[in-house]
Design a protein around this ligand. Structure first.
Ligand SMILES: Cc1cc2nc3c(=O)[nH]c(=O)nc-3n(C[C@H](O)[C@H](O)[C@H](O)COP(=O)(O)OP(=O)(O)OC[C@H]3O[C@@H](n4cnc5c(N)ncnc54)[C@H](O)[C@@H]3O)c2cc1C
Length: 292
C-alpha cells in the first residue's frame, strides 16, 4: 500500500482496503467523475481519508460463473461497453454504456461509482434493476466479510445508499437472461452525448409466443432514486403482444397517477411525463415488430 498524503490511501488489495475502512472514516474514490466534480464545485463531500480503489484488480473483472454474471465494482463503463461476454449474454448493458456520457468519462467512470452515487438518473441502474441484480458489499471483520442485497433495496434517496461507512461495494451479480427475455434501455438527454438522462426507461419481458410474462419496468430521473414501476408491470403481465396498443391509455393513466417527476432546469415535470410515455410506446412498437 502507498500513502500519498496522510489522507490519501492507495491499497493494492481488497483486504488492505477494508482494513483501512475498518480503522478510520474513509471516502472511496473510484473514477472520480462524480466525487472530484463535486469537490471542484466546492461541496464538502469528503468524510475522512480518501481511499483509492484504482489498484483493486479483483474489483475489475467481468465473469460468468455457471448461470450468473458478476461485474466488479471498479469495472469502467468502457470495459462494460467492450466486454465480449456482455455483448453476447446481456447486450442491454453494452447499449446502456454506449449512451453513457462521452468517451473520456466512460474511460474513468465505474459501475460501483455510478450505483454508489445513487443519482436518480444513474443510467446503469436501470438495466440492472430489470435484471433483478444483487449488489455485494464487503467489510473487514474476522476477515473479508461479504453480504448481498437486491439493488432495488440499495437506493435510499439521492446520494443515499444502504451501505455502512466501513463497507465497500465489490460486485454486482445477476442471472444470465433467458433466450426469450427481451430487455430495453431508452434514454432521453438534451444532447446526443455527454448528457445526463432527462428521463430513462427500461423494459424487460419474456416473449412466449404471443404473450408477455415476467414483465419488469424501471424508470430513471423521475423519482428520488431509479425505481421499478410495479403497477405498470402488473398491467402488462400476461398481456398479448397484439393487445399492447390497447394498454397504452392505461399506461398513460398509471404514469400520470403514480409517477411524479420534478421540474428543473433540464425539463418540466409535464415534459418528463410525456417523454416516459413516448419512450414506452417506442419500446412496445419494437416488441410488436419482433413478434411479426
Ligand atoms: C460530463 C459528465 C457526464 C456524465 N454522464 C453520465 C451519464 O450519461 N450517465 C450517468 O449515469 N452518469 C453520468 N455522469 C455521472 C458519473 O460519471 C457516473 O455516476 C459515474 O459512473 C461515477 O463513477 P466514478 O467511478 O467516477 O465514481 P466516483 O466519483 O469515484 O464516486 C462516486 C461516489 O461513489 C462512491 N464509491 C465509488 N465506488 C465505490 C465502491 N466500490 N464502494 C463504495 N463506494 C464507492 C464514492 O465514494 C462517491 O461517493 C456524468 C458525469 C460527468 C462529469
Amino acid at each position: 500500500m502507498s500513502v500519498l498524503t496522510p489522507n490519501y490511501f492507495v491499497p493494492k488489495s481488497l483486504p488492505e482496503a477494508l482494513k483501512i475502512a475498518h480503522r478510520m472514516k474513509v471516502t472511496p474514490l473510484a473514477g472520480g467523475t462524480d466525487l472530484i466534480a463535486r469537490l471542484n464545485a466546492g461541496e464538502s463531500v469528503l468524510g475522512g481519508a480518501i481511499l483509492s480503489l484504482r489498484h483493486l484488480c479483483e474489483l475489475g473483472k467481468i465473469e460468468q460463473r455457471e448461470g450468473e454474471i458478476e461485474i466488479g465494482a471498479r469495472t469502467t463503463i468502457t470495459e462494460i461497453l467492450e466486454s465480449s461476454l456482455l455483448k453476447s449474454k446481456v447486450k442491454v448493458l453494452c447499449e446502456t454504456a454506449q449512451c453513457f456520457a462521452g468517451e473520456q468519462i466512460r474511460n474513468a467512470a465505474t459501475l460501483g461509482g455510478n450505483l454508489c452515487n445513487a443519482s436518480p438518473a444513474a443510467d446503469m441502474a436501470i438495466p440492472l434493476l430489470l435484471l433483478d441484480a444483487q449488489i455485494e458489499l464487503a467489510r473487514w471483520g474476522e476477515g473479508v466479510e461479504r453480504r448481498q442485497i437486491p439493488l432495488s433495496q440499495f437506493f435510499l434517496g439521492p446520494r443515499k445508499v444502504a451501505k455502512d461507512e466501513d463497507e465497500i461495494v465489490t460486485r454486482v451479480i445477476f442471472s444470465v437472461p433467458k433466450d426469450q427475455q427481451v430487455i430495453y434501455f431508452e434514454k432521453f438527454g438534451t444532447r446526443e452525448s455527454m448528457d445526463i438522462s432527462v428521463v430513462s426507461v427500461g423494459f424487460s419481458a419474456n416473449l412466449n409466443g404471443d404473450q408477455l410474462s415476467d414483465v419488469r419496468v424501471a424508470l430513471g430521473a423521475v423519482a428520488p432514486t431509479p425505481i421499478r414501476q410495479r403497477s405498470l408491470e402488473g398491467l402488462l403481465e400476461n398481456c398479448k403482444i397484439k393487445n399492447l396498443d390497447e394498454k397504452l391509455p392505461f399506461v398513460r393513466e398509471i404514469l400520470g397517477r403514480e409517477v411524479r417527476p420534478i421540474s428543473d432546469v433540464r425539463a418540466s415535470a409535464w415534459y418528463r411525463g410525456e417523454l416516459l410515455y413516448k419512450l414506452l410506446k417506442r419500446v412496445f412498437a419494437d416488441v410488436v415488430r419482433k413478434r411479426d
